[in-house]
Design a protein around this ligand. Structure first.
Ligand SMILES: [Zn+2]
Length: 185
């Protein structure tokens, strides 16, 4: 399907938004909101506003919340191969068609500890529906970008240094004023 977006962070038709053939989505942008659908029955499973991680090595999108159309398995299962070998998890199953959409990690090695408790949707089992463009794109073509904090931290540091210098200047002026007042008496 083709999209008709002209200004969007998800611009399905804009090559500038693509990197390595993937569709880039800026995190937290309501105007670029994307729904995650089951690729078999099109049930809505979640949305991009609740995404808090894009784990390329696992091919999974980690979400804080999902819809009621995604069932969390009742029993703990164990991963027997791959990067998460030995990890315990609950399976996430599409309520309508029974497709195994992803996992909810109960235990994980340090490298993936941040995923524990999150709803990880495997990109290969989802479709992404861009609300603004009414376009569908395979989950495998999605990539979520998270803004770097480095720039913000550098800016904050500069502001703190400027504030510190200003405080020193005021403090010196006050001292000087006190001295002058003392000399007058
Ligand atoms: Zn389904």
């Amino acid at each position: 399907m083709q999209g008709a977006c002209e200004e969007s962070t998800v611009g399905l038709e804009q090559t500038s938004d693509r990197s390595h053939g993937k569709l880039n989505v800026s995190w937290g942008r309501a105007e670029g909101c994307v729904l995650f659908l089951c690729n078999k029955c099109y049930s809505v499973l979640g949305d991009s506003l609740s995404v808090c991680g894009d784990e390329e090595s696992l091919g999974a999108i980690a979400c804080l919340r999902v819809t009621e159309d995604l069932n969390v398995g009742e029993s703990v299962l164990f991963v027997v191969e791959g990067n998460l070998k030995g990890c315990a998890y609950y399976s996430l199953v599409c309520r309508s068609c029974g497709t195994n959409i992803g996992f909810n990690l109960y235990s994980a090695p340090r490298a993936y500890a941040f995923l524990r408790g999150l709803f990880c949707l495997l990109k290969e089992h989802i479709l992404c529906y861009k609300l603004k463009c009414s376009s569908l794109v395979p989950g495998n073509e999605m990539h979520f970008e998270f803004p770097s904090l480095d720039e913000d931290i550098a800016q904050l540091k500069t502001q703190l240094v400027q504030l510190h210098l200003k405080m020193e200047l005021i403090s010196q002026q006050l001292l000087q004023q006190e001295k002058n007042t003392g000399a007058c008496l």
